[in-house]
Design a protein around this ligand. Structure first.
Ligand code: HH2
Length: 268
């Protein structure tokens, strides 16, 4: 069985929906990232711009100033793989130069004209995520005839585009983009139920369900800080479907859940 990796979310933003700026500032974000590593994160995903619905864009220089010092500091003291969560090629370039090895792009390398070429040139791993619409407006009126088929088709097309631009096949990860231009119930749940069809595309899949709104929608409106149980349930659904990594805020609890799930699977 392929080892399922836990990607810990290490945001350096004042407006992330789930941790509300609690880790703003270099020292606080470094301390938080160290905690995630101690808790067992296999990868850290460092983001300087919130992608929550309605979030304001962050200027490129500001995003670099948020992300790069943290990447550099973590690279100096830890061997844990580092990912940068950004749409901007210049931010990815700066973070990779500072020691990150993965570019996590929620726009699947569509944001800038030079996104694809930059990913190929950097030679890093890339996460291509599905999103319908733009972050500012994506939740307004998402529409699909068959959400699993359409997400799978999009991801296959973006993987082809990346390879055509020179990204190596073995560097590509795919992500269905739970919550990105999807109705909380009508789209996210069938997509989670059909994850095996995304996995069947033949690339490692990253799944981000941690603290997302659909959990609140299923559980009587539970707020973001009370979605741990639902986050773990959805992560385990991903594990059962064969995803390669789960992107989570609560690393310690998720590591424990996956260890127990994996131990039971091994006993079959
Ligand atoms: N979700 C968020 C951000 N980046 N990247 C990938 N690959 N997959 C996801 O599901 C994903 C992502 C949103 O979560 P969070 O980082 O907690 O919020 P914010 O964007 O407000 O920082």
């Amino acid at each position: 069985m392929v080892q399922l990796r836990v990607m810990g979310v290490a945001n350096v933003t004042p407006d992330s929906f789930s941790d509300g700026g609690r880790h703003l500032g270099f020292e606080a974000s470094l301390a938080h990232a160290r905690r995630l590593i101690a808790d067992g994160a296999d990868i850290l995903d460092i983001g300087g711009e919130s992608t929550r619905p309605g979030a304001e864009p962050v200027p490129e220089a500001e995003e670099i100033a948020r992300v790069v010092p943290l990447v550099r500091a973590l690279r100096a003291e830890s061997a844990v793989p580092l990912s940068v969560d950004t749409m901007k090629p210049a931010v990815a370039r700066a973070a990779i130069a500072a020691g990150a090895g993965m570019w996590n792009d929620v726009t699947a390398l569509r944001f800038a004209a030079d996104s694809l070429a930059t990913a190929a040139e950097l030679g890093c791993e890339v996460v291509l995520m599905h999103m319908q619409g733009e972050p500012q407006s994506m939740q307004a009126e998402p529409r699909y005839d068959d959400v699993v088929a359409e997400v799978a088709e999009f991801l296959a097309e973006r993987a082809q585009a990346a390879m055509a631009a020179g990204v190596r096949r073995d560097k590509i990860w795919l992500d269905p983009g739970i919550g990105f231009g999807k109705h909380m119930i009508r789209h996210n749940l069938p997509l989670l139920a059909g994850l095996n069809r995304i996995v069947a595309l033949g690339f490692p899949v990253v799944l981000g369900v941690s603290r997302k709104s659909f959990i609140g929608a299923v559980d009587g409106g539970a707020p973001a800080d009370q979605r741990l149980g639902g986050s773990i349930a959805a992560a385990l659904a991903g594990a059962a479907a064969g995803v390669a990594a789960v992107r989570v805020h609560d690393v310690r609890e998720t590591v424990q859940a996956l260890r127990v799930w994996t131990a039971i699977e091994a006993a079959r």
